[in-house]
Design a protein around this ligand. Structure first.
Ligand SMILES: [Fe+2]
Length: 360
């Protein structure tokens, strides 16, 4: 169902308010050929109505001839900003960049964030943005998830399908993705709602059994038959099953990069307004699949780079795999039970409430 401009402008206004946009702030809207026109129009309207000084920077797409799909997360590394000094200077001079293009995983993004500029990625369809417009409740829920990961030594994931994966923790930061940018130098993605980290280098080990209804991204497929991944010393060393395992193997092999098999970010979804079923209702090219990444109670793991967390892996291959019906434990404490978050643990700590940013 389409959404009217009024509702999308209202959603943008909510996100920009949570992101502490002030009158006079310099906002640059970053666009490319695939930017949704309604999202762009409403972003500019909302930011302008709030008194921001708004510019648009449109850049040509890259890597189309290398990627196996049109998904903007399917091929990482170089971006339209690579080597573009003028564009980088414009973004570093901005208080807030609204990324309607997808800069994720690029060194240029790190450089821009380091200058204090905030970046908010927003590329899902307009009605998905409106349904999943972030709230302070989302913020507190994700911060509660982050608090559960802080200082922990191991994440352990099991499932009735046969998953038994151990992920030693502590080397990498813990990340909260709640859908707005309330601090200088912060990056976030609207829509979101999950907490995650990265396993210690070379430490992940065990077995992952993908089961019916789990999701492969960027394929945007529901898994239809078991796929078993063997994980040793931080890398997937075998992908076994029937035709779906063969297709997954072929996709990863196409990158011809051993780093593509590394276990990357791991965590669980907390977004109660996201659903497993929505992926089946959209054309593959219309969505990134953020519902499946954020849905409350998923176990989300990925293969590929860890440079976002300060690691050295920069492979162009990145596969996110949200799994259903998992049990997730952190240092023995169960935080997800058969695909449902343990709600009593997802309440904001009193100390978090005391530090709550002054949002409207
Ligand atoms: Fe990912």
């Amino acid at each position: 169902m389409a959404i009217c401009d009024t509702d999308l402008i209202r959603a943008w206004t909510q996100v920009l308010t949570l992101s502490k946009l002030k009158a006079g702030d310099a906002v640059t809207v970053l666009t490319s050929d695939h930017t949704h026109p309604q999202t762009l129009r409403c972003a500019i309207t909302a930011a302008t109505m709030m008194g921001a000084c708004v510019s648009r920077l449109d850049l040509p797409p890259v890597n189309g001839e290398k990627a196996l799909s049109r998904d903007t997360l399917a091929y990482l590394g170089t971006t339209p900003l690579t080597g573009n000094r003028a564009a980088i200077a414009a973004l570093k001079a901005s208080d807030l960049v609204l990324d309607l293009m997808t800069l994720l995983f690029s060194p240029e993004q790190h450089e821009i964030l380091a200058s204090g500029t905030k970046i908010l990625l927003a590329v899902e369809p307009p009605e998905v943005l409106a349904r999943l417009v972030p709230t302070m409740e989302d913020y507190h829920r994700v911060q509660a998830g982050v608090a559960l990961l802080k200082g922990k030594r191991e994440m352990h994931v099991t499932s009735a399908a046969g998953t038994d994966l151990r992920l030693p923790l502590g080397e990498y930061p813990i990340t909260a993705e709640y859908g707005f940018v309330d601090q200088p130098g912060r990056w976030d993605h609207w829509p979101s709602g999950f907490a995650f980290t990265w396993p210690n280098e070379g430490g992940a080990h065990g077995r992952i059994v993908l089961a019916k209804g789990d999701v492969l991204l960027p394929m945007k497929n529901y898994v239809g038959e078991p796929i078993t991944l063997t994980v040793e010393k931080g890398f997937v060393t075998a992908i076994e099953g029937d035709a779906e395992a063969e297709l997954l193997r072929e996709y990863i092999e196409s990158f011809d990069d051993p780093e593509a098999y590394a276990i990357s970010h791991v965590g669980w979804g907390l977004q109660k307004r996201a659903f497993w079923s929505t992926l089946g209702l959209y054309d593959r090219e219309a969505t990134l699949g953020m519902d499946a990444r954020a849905v409350s109670g998923n176990f989300l793991f990925s293969l590929g780079p860890n440079n976002e967390a300060g690691g050295n892996r920069t492979t162009a291959c990145h596969i996110d795999i949200p799994m259903r019906h998992c049990n997730v434990f952190v240092d023995g404490l169960q935080v997800v039970n058969d695909g449902k978050v343990v709600e009593s643990l997802m309440k904001p700590a009193r100390t978090d409430a005391a530090k709550e940013p002054a949002h409207a």
